[in-house]
Write a protein that binds this ligand. Structure first.
Ligand SMILES: NC(=O)c1ccc[n+]([C@@H]2O[C@H](COP(=O)([O-])OP(=O)(O)OC[C@H]3O[C@@H](n4cnc5c(N)ncnc54)[C@H](O)[C@@H]3O)[C@@H](O)[C@H]2O)c1
Ligand SMILES: O=C(O)C(=O)C[C@]1(C(=O)O)C=C[C@@H](O)C=C1
Length: 376
């Protein structure tokens, strides 16, 4: 039985580009009862996205019904363009022309070049809006898709002068239906902001991880959480990042100039670590980092909030983590964040749980009483 419609966007929604992001949009809308269609340049990707429940395959429907009849019957209210950035503008322009009744949003990671290309095309730009969900993964393709990918994450909407109110309403509805928190920025503000908060982090992670290529395995075996935290996104798809970085090159370079200045300063200091003032300079760089990280907003985009953490040892046997989470629920404490560290070959794993500070001591006491081993 189809789920009851609970979303603002009534659909149908046609998703073009059924990879990680497109299939995640489809899954998130489908569970709310919105009729979704998926389309991808790769027939296999489109079939996989349809198989996991992200939407019905448009190509299959076209094969069954014929091009014109299928387009008329699909009749999307909203089209979500989730293709790579280099074809996003061309896809938006094509959709505006092929579906004159639909609003079209794209979700590519860079916004100014796409708006410029759509405006220059002469297509009906009133039905187009550039948007960007600030959520993703270092994986690509529909198999990695998650319907809850967007929950509690920011979703930027880049209004422009010619946009129609209905298009803004649908873009806003799409983001909030998927659980995101909407922020309005213009395209230049967006591109400058993401250069710092998304694109340079990717560069730094890749540069650091590239140092590991020739490292002996014994040294890599010593890696703790610090290396894992700083290199997770180095596993991202190179093809996508070539497009993102080249499309947003100027704002990224502006940010990298600042990084280069700090790096030169640190190298200079560490070349003479016992010179007068060297230690102060190192301390200053570290505390500038402290000040920066403290400004990153908390889980729901509000003011930074310090959570208390505790680490629990968990036997490496089936069902242990589920049991731990159930018991934390029984104790009545909300988990704000959760991370697992598990070394292959070790009989135990470590589950790091973040909770509000007022719940910390009670949780430790109650877990302890239930026989769990708390290590921190
Ligand atoms: N990966 C992330 O974390 C993330 C987060 C936010 C936004 N985005 C943006 O979302 C978009 C999709 O990224 P993704 O991570 O889902 O990539 P992906 O590689 O998983 O999916 C992209 C899909 O688009 C398809 N495609 C390529 N050209 C096409 C065309 N002309 N017509 C139809 N389909 C086409 C590909 O076959 C692929 O299946 C990108 O623009 C990216 O900048 C990505
Ligand atoms: O969590 C991740 O894997 C991401 O890096 C996702 C991330 C980000 O920088 O936050 C990456 C690029 C997208 O354009 C949006 C989101």
């Amino acid at each position: 039985m189809p789920a009851r419609q609970t979303a603002t966007v009534s659909g149908p929604v046609l998703i073009i580009g059924a990879g990680l992001l497109g299939a995640s949009v489809g899954l998130g809308l489908a569970v709310q009862g919105v009729r979704t269609w998926v389309s991808d340049i790769s027939p296999t990707t489109e079939a996989v996205a349809a198989d996991i429940g992200a939407g019905r395959s448009l190509a299959r429907f076209v094969r069954e019904e014929g091009e014109a009849a299928a387009r008329e019957r699909v009749d999307p209210q909203l089209i979500v363009v989730a293709t790579p950035p280099d074809v996003a503008a061309a896809t938006v322009i094509r959709c505006l022309r092929e579906y004159p009744g639909a609003s079209v949003v794209d979700i590519a990671s860079v916004k100014a070049p796409i708006l410029a290309e759509v405006e220059a095309s002469g297509a009906d730009v009133s039905r187009y809006l550039g948007t960007h969900p600030m959520s993703g993964r270092e994986k690509s393709g529909p198999v990695a898709a998650r319907g809850e990918l967007f929950t509690s994450r920011p979703w930027v909407i880049c209004e422009h002068d010619a946009v129609a109110p209905e298009t803004v309403r649908l873009a806003h509805g799409l983001a909030t239906d998927l659980g995101s928190i909407v922020t309005y920025l213009d395209v230049e503000e967006h591109d400058a902001a993401v250069a710092l908060v998304s694109h340079v982090p990717q560069v730094m992670s890749s540069l650091l991880a590239s140092r590991l290529r020739e490292t002996p395995l014994e040294a890599l075996g010593l890696a703790g959480q610090g290396l894992r935290d700083t290199t997770r996104i180095a596993g991202s798809e190179p093809g996508l990042w070539v497009q993102i970085l080249s499309a947003n090159a100027r704002p990224v370079v502006e940010t990298l100039y600042g990084v280069r200045a700090d790096l030169d300063r640190l190298i200079g200091t560490l070349e003479a670590p016992t010179a007068d003032g060297a230690r102060l300079d190192i301390a200053q760089l570290m505390s500038e980092g402290n000040a920066g990280v403290a400004r990153i907003p908390g889980k729901h985009g509000g003011a930074p909030k310090a959570f208390s953490e505790l680490t629990i040892l968990v036997d490496d046997t089936p069902g242990q983590i589920a049991r731990l989470l159930t018991e934390i629920g029984e104790i009545g404490v909300n988990i704000e964040d959760l991370r697992m560290e598990h070394s292959p070959g070790q009989p135990v794993g470590m589950v790091e749980v973040a909770v509000v500070p007022t719940a910390h001591d009670r949780l430790v006491d109650e877990l302890d009483a239930r026989g769990w081993k708390i290590v921190k």
